[in-house]
Write a protein that binds this ligand. Structure first.
Ligand code: TYD
Ligand code: MG
Length: 473
């Protein structure tokens, strides 16, 4: 044991840097713009390496036979299954998203675009958490800035301690001496470990500092939340490894021009991963939206052409969202197709299906599509609402306000079944819709008489027109 530890200390002093390609793993002693092995550009990242003689002896398994072990393997049946201890963060939405609060000793990574509200959300949690003491470490903002933000948010913060620090050793020392019940670090890209010789934000620094924080969380049982920036491509800046190291990854997203924010749980070792929390950014901080469908739909009352309601499921949550379309004569020579919050290529496909299968003259029209509220939807079940909105705008006839839609559309114009149809129907019924149009295949599987609203099964887009303007008028 002593020799192993001695060797580790000796190797620590002799750590060298090298570069490897994050696509194919090829190594290089210096940075290269193009990987000589797989020819990918800009994929070389810096790493630390053990001197080869040391790493070879370290892998000699025969030496381990005489090693004294501090921990022994235990048969799984002999392990006691203690319920996981969870801490209330004071934010109902966030707690529910995590599956019932922060688990003791867990490490959560919160990511999102700059300015989306990560620091605001974390300061709210620091002020409202049920823990005795919360340590909020900021390497980005001064205590005065944080104080200003805390004043905006309101709420008392007697238990919330602010530390402007970037050295991980000082952060951990403070956390231990303060006996903090929750540690929040803003952000992991500013952290610095003195024994690693590279700049904060580099892969080596992020890895080394995150490792120390994770060890602290596991060994002390203190939950730790790390804020992480994302880069232009939307990936977590730093190694993908960070996502593997932590227990939970939550991603904050939304359009900055709008007030809505969605918090998605992408990874969760202690609960389900498809949770979604909705917030609204107001002058006094983020407010959880517990009834999102009502919230998103209550914008106008009179009938308008080009608007259709989709019964979607975002994350694990059924949500009614308004899809708006505007179809008109082209302003410029070439018709424009613009989609906000919806995949542009998917819209092009749906328009092509409408043109080819139903004969709607869309090729020479401008088509604009918008998801109300600045939300971004990826659920294929929104297809039918998109198509209904486009037809409504093209015909300039408003749809019945109390009908909603949930089906995917295939290339031959057929309506395909979607998942969680019961949840969609229930949500539509709860909000007070009179009818929901779904795929005939979905409708077949439903138990008759169970639904309080009219469920209309449709087999293809040709049938849709009659349903829209003759059945519901
Ligand atoms: P911030 O939490 O600093 O974002 P991040 O840490 O993700 O970079 O959020 C900053 C934005 O939120 C900023 O543009 C101001 C706005 N904001 C409000 O609208 N209301 C508030 O109460 C607060 C604190 C911030
Ligand atoms: Mg911030």
């Amino acid at each position: 044991m002593a020799t192993l530890r001695g060797r580790r200390i000796a190797t620590m002093a002799k750590l060298k840097k090298h570069f490897y390609c994050k696509e194919c793993g090829a190594e290089s002693p210096k940075w290269l713009g193009k990987c000589p092995s797989c020819s990918a550009w800009n994929t070389m990242i810096e790493d630390l390496v053990l001197p080869s003689s040391e790493s070879q002896t370290a892998g000699n398994w025969k030496e381990y036979g005489s090693m004294q072990l501090a921990t022994r393997p235990v048969p799984i049946d002999e392990l006691s299954s203690l319920p996981v201890k969870r801490m209330n963060t004071g934010d109902v939405e966030f707690d529910a998203g995590l599956g019932g609060g922060l688990v003791a000793g867990s490490v959560t990574l919160l990511t999102g675009q700059p300015g989306i509200g990560k620091s605001t959300l974390m300061l709210q949690i620091a002020l409202g958490a049920s823990s005795d003491k919360v340590l909020y470490v900021s390497g980005e903002e001064s205590p005065e800035q944080l104080k200003l933000r805390a004043n905006r948010i309101g709420g008392s913060g007697k238990k919330c301690y602010i530390l402007p620090e970037t050295r991980v050793s000082a952060i951990l020392a403070t956390a231990v001496q303060l006996e903090t019940g929750l540690l929040i670090v803003d952000s992991v890209q500013t952290l610095y470990a003195e024994d690693v010789d590279s700049a904060p934000g580099s892969i080596a620094q992020i890895r080394a500092t995150a490792f120390q924080l994770i060890r602290f969380a596991k060994e002390s049982g203190t939950p730790v939340i790390l804020i992480g920036h994302i880069n232009k491509e939307g990936e977590i800046a730093g190694p993908k490894l960070l996502e593997h190291m932590v227990d939970t990854v939550v991603h904050f997203e939304g359009e900055k021009q709008y007030a809505y924010r969605m918090l998605r749980v992408l990874k969760n070792r202690f609960g389900s991963t498809d949770a979604l929390c909705l917030y609204e950014m107001q002058d006094d901080g983020l407010h959880g939206i517990s009834n999102p469908s009502e919230f998103l739909l209550s914008q106008h009352e009179g009938p308008l052409s080009g608007s259709a309601i989709a019964a979607t499921v975002e994350g694990n949550r059924p949500l009614l969202i308004e899809m708006q379309a505007l179809v008109g004569a082209p302003v410029y020579g070439t018709p424009q197709r613009v989609a906000n919050g919806f995949d542009q290529r998917r819209m092009a496909m749906l328009l092509a299906v409408l043109e080819k299968r139903c004969g709607f003259p869309l090729a020479q029209k401008d088509v604009f599509l918008n998801v109300a509220g600045g939300l971004r939807v990826a659920d294929p079940a929104t297809d039918l609402a998109v198509v209904a909105a486009v037809i409504s705008s093209l015909e300039d006839k408003a749809l019945h306000r109390q009908v909603c839609f949930a089906a995917e559309i295939g290339l031959s114009g057929e309506l395909r079944a979607v998942t969680r149809i019961d949840a969609r129907i229930q949500e539509a019924a709860r909000i007070g819709f009179k009818a929901i149009c779904i795929s005939k295949y979905n409708a077949r599987g439903l138990r008759p008489g169970k639904n309080t609203i009219n469920v209309v099964g449709i087999s293809s887009v040709d049938e849709l027109y009659a349903t829209l303007f003759e059945k519901f008028r």
